[in-house]
Design a protein around this ligand. Structure first.
Ligand code: SAM
Length: 266
């Protein structure tokens, strides 16, 4: 199967290796988050915020919250906010971001395996932002999300778009094109690009699931969640002035896939 440099075929489960990699790369991720015009800020975050809607008076849980930029914003808009992440340094950053914004977050250290500790029908929104690649059992995670959602609740998901996931990039006439090979040969990949490098530039190998769109949609539907929105967002107006290359590249092949799915029979 064709894979770009710094990606290699691997075997599961991914969970422990991915957590260890995120621990080692936590400072790099925080530096990425601090960048003014990164991919997330220009494309994913505005679309996700639109999908989340008004959060006043809601109770929310952000799974894999990292530094919790979503949760901090939800809390400043009046939500009671919970966050879960296995990386202590990222939770520390989340607490600091909350303190600076003058809001309270209920943070817990751990991964999706701790979803079973939250009470039934407790949350209006369960967010899975940019983290499902590190979850081995989507059926279990979505089943737990359905259990802890109120009858009127929904899940909000963002992932790297499967057409972009572990694709190779080529620059043609100044535009970056993504070339994905063997799309249906999904599976487990190890990668060591972007933030997954140590201070010496040596690779931090991180395991991830490379999934097709079908492999995200079917576990959601089978868990009893009905998809209300599926989005492949364009960049926000004005983004071109901040980073024209990212905007053009995203138009050639979308960088993010977002879904909103409500509790069926709720
Ligand atoms: C790309 S970051 C996203 C962080 C945050 N949601 C955001 O959008 O900035 C991926 C996050 O997934 C977390 N993570 C990795 N494995 C996880 C697991 N099994 N359960 C929950 N979170 C996990 C990492 O610690 C990291 O914070």
């Amino acid at each position: 199967m064709y894979l770009p440099p710094f990606c290699r075929r691997s075997e599961g489960p991914v969970s422990d290796t991915a957590r260890a990699a995120w621990r080692r790369a936590s400072e790099n991720y925080l530096a990425h988050c601090a960048r003014e015009a990164n991919w997330n800020k220009l494309i994913e975050i505005p679309a996700m915020r639109e999908m989340l809607g008004d959060s006043g008076g809601k109770t929310t849980l952000e799974v894999g919250c990292g530094p919790a930029h979503y949760s901090v914003r939800l809390a400043t808009h009046g939500a009671e906010v919970h966050g879960l992440d296995p990386v202590p340094r990222l939770l520390e950053a989340a607490a600091q971001n909350a303190a600076e914004a003058g809001v309270e977050l209920h943070l817990r250290e751990g991964g999706v395996e701790r979803l079973n500790e939250y009470p039934e029908e407790h949350f209006d929104i369960v967010l899975f932002p940019m983290m499902l690649e590190y979850v081995d059992d989507l059926a279990e995670a979505f089943g737990q999300a359905r259990r802890i959602l109120k009858p009127s609740g929904f899940v909000a998901i963002s992932v790297v778009h499967p057409m972009r996931s572990f694709s190779d990039r080529h620059e043609i006439d100044g535009a970056e094109l993504a070339v994905v090979g063997h799309y249906l040969e999904a599976g487990i990949i190890e990668w060591a690009e972007w933030i997954m490098k140590d201070d010496n530039g040596d690779p931090i190998w991180c395991k991830s699931h490379r999934r097709t769109i079908e492999q995200y949609v079917m576990p959601l539907v089978e868990a009893g969640l009905a998809i209300d929105q599926l989005r492949e967002p364009d960049a926000t107006p004005g983004a071109e002035e901040l980073n024209a290359k990212i905007v053009a590249s995203n138009r050639h092949c979308p960088q993010f896939l977002l879904m909103k799915a409500r509790k069926r029979g709720g």
